[in-house]
Design a protein around this ligand. Structure first.
Ligand code: SPV
Ligand code: MG
Length: 579
């Protein structure tokens, strides 16, 4: 998962203010490391048909310190904080507000703002206490407030260090925490707004929300002389009966749930460690723990495994190109070696196959087979021979490469140019036998002067909808052959087909059986020896196996005559097909 949440620093930075503008308020969850951030990134709850999620993260000084086993007293320095912040940002895409404590000295604050903005953080909140501060929620801790004018100057210095207007410097009023009352908070708020601050956070450690509501009720009025209303922030840790929606109604724009993920994890850790000791084993602790697959899924291990599987599937596959036949039109040599833009078709095919990462290519030679010698140094390319090329057809040629089919393979006609996308989509399919089929032949059928391999499907041909994305629809093939009427046909076979390991096992079994038992005509062929891929696919379907079609539209071309060569060479020059 963690790799999927990708965003640039500038995209992320502006998300906070955009969400506030769009929704009126944002709901922020604390994060103290990559895992807690992933929880905050993905958590959601369905209510009345709407999915409720967190809008961003609070990188809390309390939980950052506690997760390092340290007290919240400005002991964890900026380099360490920045490291944790970057850890969270690197696995998520939601915006972040950083708890900047007192900000340190003016100069320290300037550098901190510079670093946070560069990383893509949206806002920093600094509190108007004297460095080194003590956590605000501990009733017995000493709370000494900063001179408000000195703090206002720090705000100015921080804002001047920004590069963009999007990054926000927010002032946190600690008057209520220090017991100085609402008048002190209002006096300080005015000074900070006058200094240009982008937001005001009013903090309280009371169980009741009354005093922050009182401040919120005064807020619009106190902002009026300045002609702007900086966003209003609260942290309802102690007054936690009031809902986010209610706080938003009182005018709060940012509501921070400041330490819950760390406290939840801490409680589970305490209980779990005790349960293991008391039972002398781990079994009883399981209810306190998530199952490991959940951890794997959350941190993206599932994707790593599926990519590994994909990569090894590609490496194990072969592409088999039956190129043994003698073409009635181009009969000066194997059709594979016809040059398009000074490169044989086979060379174009090899380049496309390599782009997809398939190493093994098997060419079945026959007619003028020695002409392929020029490829003999090509690494990963092997040759098989079909000496009976005059009396046999493509299925016989394919099985001349029998030893290379077992791990799964792609069959590619020797006269077809195709894009790497089509090849990639084919091998990405989860079905065992999949043919790339094109739905555009009806539009150009008046130009067609040859028998196509036509395909009828269970679903019927789909219409074209304009779309930015290439079509990757799958259909089930029920009938295939050159004698299928053009009216009934839904698609044309492109000459590219994928067979998984299981698909290879099926074709092998059907082939062996037909070889032994078919002695007369075979579908549209006079004999099994002359069977084409269409005949064979029809046989597979008749035996009850599923054969799928992957609908493609453009991205391939069969070289059938001189005109095709001209069209292909033009398209290849403009980079439309293949290389
Ligand atoms: C934090 O989360 O570190 C805060 C909020 O500063 S509080 O702990 O409530 O002061
Ligand atoms: Mg803090």
């Amino acid at each position: 998962m963690s790799l999927s949440f990708n965003v640039t620093p500038s995209q992320r930075r502006s998300k906070l203010i955009n969400s506030i503008d769009a929704q009126g308020f944002v709901r922020i969850i604390e994060a103290h490391n990559g895992l807690s951030a992933l929880v905050g990134q993905t958590a959601s709850f369905e209510r009345d048909g709407h999915s409720i999620t967190y809008d961003g993260f609070w990188e809390s000084s309390l939980t950052d310190s506690a997760s390092k086993g340290l007290p919240d007293a400005e002991i964890v320095g900026n380099p360490s904080r920045l490291h944790t912040i970057d850890e969270i940002l690197s696995v998520t895409s939601k915006p972040m507000i950083v708890d900047g404590d007192t900000g340190g000295s003016d100069v320290q604050f300037e550098y901190f703002v510079r670093d946070l903005e560069r990383l893509g953080v949206s806002a920093v909140i600094i509190e108007d206490k004297i460095f080194p501060k003590r956590n605000s929620l501990d009733a017995s801790a000493n709370q000494t407030l900063e001179d408000p004018d000195a703090f206002a100057r720090k705000i100015v210095r921080g804002r001047e260090a920004r590069v963009t207007d999007v990054f926000m410097v927010i002032a946190r009023l600690e008057s209520l925490i220090a017991g100085l009352g609402i008048e002190d908070a209002v006096m300080r708020a005015k000074k900070y707004i006058d200094s240009g601050v982008d937001g005001i956070m009013i903090h309280s450690k009371q169980d009741s929300p009354d005093e922050v509501i009182e401040f919120a009720n005064l807020y619009d009025e106190l902002c009026k002389p300045f002609g702007r209303r900086p966003i209003l922030v609260c942290v309802p840790t102690t007054y936690n009966l009031i809902t986010d929606a209610e706080l938003a109604k009182y005018g709060f724009n940012v509501i921070i749930h400041a330490n819950h993920l760390l406290r939840a994890a801490h409680k589970a850790m305490l209980d779990t460690s005790e349960v293991i000791l008391s039972n002398d084993r781990g079994f009883e602790a399981e209810p306190w723990c998530v199952a490991l697959p959940k951890v794997f899924a959350q941190v993206g291990f599932d994707q790593v495994k599926s990519k590994d599987r994909e990569a090894s599937k590609t490496q194990r596959l072969s592409v088999v190109i039956p190129a043994a036949g003698k073409d009635p039109i181009f009969n000066e040599g194997p059709k594979s070696l016809i040059e398009i833009n000074s490169k044989p078709i086979l060379r174009h095919q090899i380049e496309t196959i390599r782009k997809v990462g398939i190493n093994q290519i098997v060419v079945v030679r026959g007619y003028q087979g020695e002409q392929f010698d020029r490829f003999s140094d090509e690494s990963g390319l092997v040759f098989c021979d079909n000496p009976q090329y005059l009396d046999t057809h493509s299925i016989h040629s394919l099985f001349c490469a029998d030893q290379y089919l077992g791990n799964g393979f792609v069959l590619a006609f020797s006269d077809v140019l195709f894009s790497d996308d089509i090849l990639r989509w084919l091998i990405d399919t989860e079905n065992d036998i999949v043919l790339a089929v094109d739905n555009s032949y009806r539009y150009h059928r008046h130009e067609i002067d040859k028998n196509l391999d036509l395909v009828v499907t269970r679903e019927g041909r789909t219409g074209h909808h304009r779309s930015l994305y290439p079509v990757k629809k799958k259909v089930e093939i029920t009938r295939m052959g050159k004698n299928v009427s053009m009216e009934k046909a839904d698609y044309e076979f492109t000459g590219l087909a994928y067979f998984s390991e299981e698909g290879a096992r099926i074709v092998h079994q059907v082939y062996r059986d037909c070889l032994e038992n078919v002695h007369e005509s075979f579908h549209e062929a006079d004999s099994f020896a002359k069977a084409t891929i269409s005949d064979f696919v029809q046989e597979i379907i008749n035996r009850g196996f599923s054969v799928h079609g992957l609908e493609v539209y453009k991205g391939w071309m069969e070289v059938h005559n001189q005109m095709d060569i001209e069209v292909a060479s033009k398209e290849l020059r403009s980079d439309l097909v293949g290389s």
